[in-house]
Ligand binder design. Structure first.
Ligand SMILES: *[C@@H]1O[C@H](CO)[C@@H](O)[C@H](O)[C@H]1NC(C)=O
Ligand SMILES: *[C@@H]1O[C@H](CO)[C@@H](O)[C@H](O)[C@H]1NC(C)=O
Ligand SMILES: *[C@@H]1O[C@H](CO)[C@@H](O)[C@H](O)[C@H]1NC(C)=O
Ligand SMILES: *[C@@H]1O[C@H](CO)[C@@H](O)[C@H](O)[C@H]1NC(C)=O
Length: 583
């Protein structure tokens, strides 16, 4: 059966196809086109792999090392991880078959087995330095994957990143047998061609509100790779803590981290960057300015206005307040020193640097003696100067600036056409900014803020107790995966505007999230957005997506990601979720 998915126009056909399918088709995010058969193939650790005609010796979980990226090392890492997923962290799919029917659906262990013995990988173009630190659109992530009935598998891709995406799909073809460590697919031959819809498919990771150990970040990068996501945005500092070590300004973390050791050294940062790039994920670092900068007051009181000013509701969005002063001569030398230290450690690994720019509170500038007013006629020209100089620092380091939408859309500050703008307040700014020719990514808080809807993290007293009862947070409700999935970043835009929406990011702001809870917050909801960004599933129903997402969730769990549930087994047994359709 062949499915050529002209995205969006035939969700009916898709549903019918799924009713008749086996779970193997549940590759997440859905590929552009897939065809399968009904032959069984087995796979084990003895897979021989070639890369561009030469044997590629691989080992389980191989990790490329160092700052020089070689295509064959990257591919070797990808093969090692895919094989680890298949034969070391797979799952028995009892929850995907009718009650008590798993065993009769499994292939017999006693009959002769045909194994997948060879995987031939062909990369049709050489990678360039841009492959490993791309701007949106620089990397062709497309691939094709074929597995024939005799057990020969082949991958063809333009870039090593495309090879990684193909290996991820390959890993999702196989299941574990209930009788032990035997791994099979029942759907050979398989033929897939695939490519992403959006160039920027990201997760925003806030390591300032809560400190996250390295393992949290690396685990999230792995989970992102399972979802074919390709940007991790590290919100590295905020008013609450400064965990990022800046050797030229060590007092920033010495005074501003939450505790000794709750910091990221230059070598930690390089580890994160290299780990991400080895998985086809670009690390983007953000130092939020001029707002969300309070903590620097502990080491550099002269550059910060309004540190811990009270009541904070008069001066900032959450405690503690603190913004970079706009007219104070010592700010520029400070930022020069900060950026001269950090940007050379960013530019080998990324094409972007995020300069922040959200929630600049004009009232706080009443507390800055060199501004002493909240009048936008005074503040906006100062902000313009600040952004011009700060973006010049970023460009001088060979990087493209990113900003939050308020800088151009709320404060009317002009930014260059090179700048990538991150929108979060809804889609009006996206329409306006793309109409002006700006490139944008979306993190619309109504859909893609994953910290929302779990209630307040603030405490209330006195009259506020009644006012805020029953304590919903500002962006309630919780964004169920169905809501995440329903969001179309290019809705209501003209064709030219739509092209300027290069992708989006899921945000999990960490006021009330830490290492113990991050997996359940991100997954599988970020997976739902991952499919929006990879496959643009316009018109695809929850009924169609739910069983595939439920199956993919089991892969996440098997691979050590403590993802939340999609369905109880009652809904997933029978493969098609009709038992849990609202009617
Ligand atoms: C500026 O401050 C005045 C009082 O000092 C206040 O009435 C006004 O609302 C403030 N403007 C803004 C934009 O916050
Ligand atoms: C930006 O421009 C809009 C539209 O002219 C205006 O409503 C808004 O007040 C301006 N914002 C600032 C901070 O000047
Ligand atoms: C698109 O327009 C419709 C109708 O005005 C509106 O309901 C919807 O929220 C808009 N969607 C986006 C993503 O802007
Ligand atoms: C789909 O669900 C219905 C109702 O639970 C069931 O009768 C049918 O067998 C299911 N189809 C498949 C392919 O499992």
């Amino acid at each position: 059966m062949v499915l050529s998915n002209c995205r969006g126009i035939f969700s009916m056909l898709l549903s019918l196809w799924l009713l008749a399918s086996t779970p193997v088709l549940a590759i997440w995010p859905a590929p552009s086109s897939i065809s399968t058969g009904d032959s069984t193939l087995w796979i084990g650790p003895m897979l021989s792999v070639s890369y561009n005609g030469k044997p590629l010796p691989w080992t389980f979980g191989y990790e490329p090392k160092g700052s020089q990226f070689s295509s064959s090392e990257i591919v070797k890492g990808g093969v090692g991880r895919a094989m680890k997923s298949i034969v070391q962290s797979n799952f028995v799919p009892w929850m995907l078959y009718n009650r008590m029917e798993l065993e009769q659906t499994e292939p017999s262990l006693s009959k002769p087995k045909t194994y997948v013995t060879h995987l031939d990988i062909t990369q049709t173009k050489a990678d360039t330095s841009k492959t490993f630190k791309p701007l949106a659109g620089d990397v062709d992530e497309s691939y094709s994957l074929d597995v024939d009935k005799s057990g020969k598998a082949s991958i063809k891709a333009v870039s090593s990143t495309g090879v990684l995406r193909a290996l991820e799909s390959f890993s999702q073809l196989f299941f574990q047998h209930s009788q032990g460590p035997f791994f099979y697919t029942k759907s050979a031959p398989v033929s897939i061609t695939d490519k992403p819809e959006y160039d920027h498919r990201g997760v925003l990771f806030d390591v300032s509100r809560s400190f996250f150990p390295m393992d949290s970040i690396l685990r999230t990068i792995d989970a992102m790779a399972y979802n074919k996501m390709n940007r991790i945005h590290i919100h590295a500092t905020d008013s609450q803590s400064w965990p990022l070590e800046i050797p030229a300004l060590p007092e920033l973390h010495q005074k501003g981290a939450y505790a000794k050791g709750k910091t990221y050294s230059p070598s930690d940062l390089a580890t994160i960057q290299q780990y991400a790039i080895s998985r086809g994920i670009e690390p983007i670092i953000e130092i939020d300015t001029p707002g969300h900068f309070g903590i620097a007051a502990l080491s550099h009181p002269n550059i910060v206005a309004g540190w811990e000013s009270a009541p904070w509701t008069a001066y900032c969005a959450e405690p503690p307040c603190g913004q970079i002063r706009l007219n104070e001569p010592s700010v520029d030398p400070f930022l020069d020193k900060l950026m001269n230290d950090l940007l050379p450690r960013v530019s080998p690994y990324s094409a972007y640097f995020h300069t922040g720019g959200d929630e600049v509170n004009f009232n706080m500038y009443k507390l800055d003696p060199t501004v002493a007013t909240n009048d936008s006629a005074v503040i906006v020209p100062l902000l313009q100067k600040f952004i011009d100089k700060h973006h010049a620092r970023v460009r001088k380091a060979g990087l493209v600036p990113m900003v939050w939408e308020e800088i151009p859309a709320s404060y009317n500050v002009t930014v260059g056409k090179d700048v990538l703008i991150q929108s979060w307040l809804g889609d009006e700014a996206i329409a306006a900014l793309t109409a002006q020719g700006h490139k944008v990514i979306t993190s619309n808080y109504n859909f893609w803020y994953l910290d929302c809807g779990r209630g307040q993290w603030l405490n209330f007293a006195g009259a506020d107790l009644a006012t805020y009862y029953p304590f919903p947070d500002w962006c309630s409700p919780y964004k169920n995966w169905r809501l995440v999935y329903s969001y179309d970043p290019r809705a209501n835009l003209t064709g030219d505007q739509a092209k300027l929406v290069v992708g989006g990011e899921l945000a999990a702001w960490s006021e009330s999230i830490d290492d113990a809870t991050i997996d359940d917050i991100l997954w599988p909801r970020a997976s739902a957005a991952g499919e929006v960004l990879w496959s643009s599933p316009k018109g695809r129903s929850q009924f169609e997506a739910a069983p595939r997402l439920a199956e993919f969730r089991e892969r996440l769990i098997a691979r050590g990601i403590k993802s939340g549930t999609v369905h109880m087994p009652y809904c997933t047994q029978g493969q098609n979720a009709t038992a849990c359709l609202y009617q």
